[in-house]
Design a protein around this ligand. Sequence first.
Ligand code: NAP
Length: 316
Amino acid sequence: MTAPATETGAPVFKRLALLGIGLIGSSVARAARKHGLVGEIVGHSRRQETRDEAMALGFLDRVEADPAAAVAGADIVMICAPMGAYEQLAKAIAPALAPGAVVTDVGSVKGMVAKTIAPYLPAGVHLVPGHPIAGTEHSGPSAGFAELFIDRWCVLTPEPGVAPEAVAKVEALWRGMGMMVERMTAEHHDRVLAITSHIPHLIAYTIVGTASDMEEATQAEVIRFSAGGFRDFTRIAGSDPVMWRDVFLTNKDAVLEVLQQFTEDLVRLQRAIRRGEGDTLQSWFTRTRAIRRGVVDAHQEEMEPEKAARLTKDED
Ligand code: NAP
């Protein structure tokens, strides 16, 4: 594994303001600092408790209770808060943004960013929405780690006409943290992520909820005998409720469209089971097994903190 670095070794931005310092924000701070990608890092979150925790963990130079104070003088502002907070944050920071600053984000849905944030931005500020496709089911400042982004994809969805230098600098920042970067339209991103991430989470939330609705005796056995399959679903269903509420509220159209297709496929498998059509089942499962091999070959397995720690140790 190669250590990420900028080509010149110089910081990409002078001052990074992070609005939200949980799993993703704190991982950005740790990675950007580790690789010298930014000069100074200022953080903001609503609660004093979170701000104190972040300062104690030591990944910020400064923390501010007021989002406008956090972004003042920053040449890049990265919104790492739940998407439901975007509009209120955009309104609060707009008057304090430095001329020429770049505003970016890490939200899991992209179509909503231009609609929610752009109307508040002053002329001369560049909006470059982004989504690092990397994460765990854990939340908060202590959940972050510098290696979270290594060898994973980051999608940027700038609108046509956004300054190419601004997009290139955001790309350099993510590449410096170890990510592979791809640009696409926000609409395309939201359709792809609906099937690769949003529907799988919805299924996990459903199946774990169904199990907990079963009568009490069965429920205890579900937990006691949960083998790989159900256990993996509980991990996904343990993901942050606020973040996932916002995903389904903001990617409604793409999720409903893909869900329709999924439901039809589920009914097809249900019919095959009812009719005892073994060939149909086996050929479906053979096809999906090949897809699984492709995912493993593309190295898109989850990077858990323990695994990341092992890899980092191996590098030392
Ligand atoms: P997290 O660990 O829960 O952190 C959220 C942070 O935002 C906390 O610092 C929280 O602190 C702050 N926050 C919450 N509401 C706020 C508000 N109204 N104003 C300002 N700050 C606020 O969440 P996360 O997993 O880092 O997710 C953050 C973003 O990353 C989301 O938009 C999500 O879609 C995106 N994302 C997540 C993952 C993932 O796997 N988790 C992956 C890729 C992208 P306070 O409570 O103190 O305000």
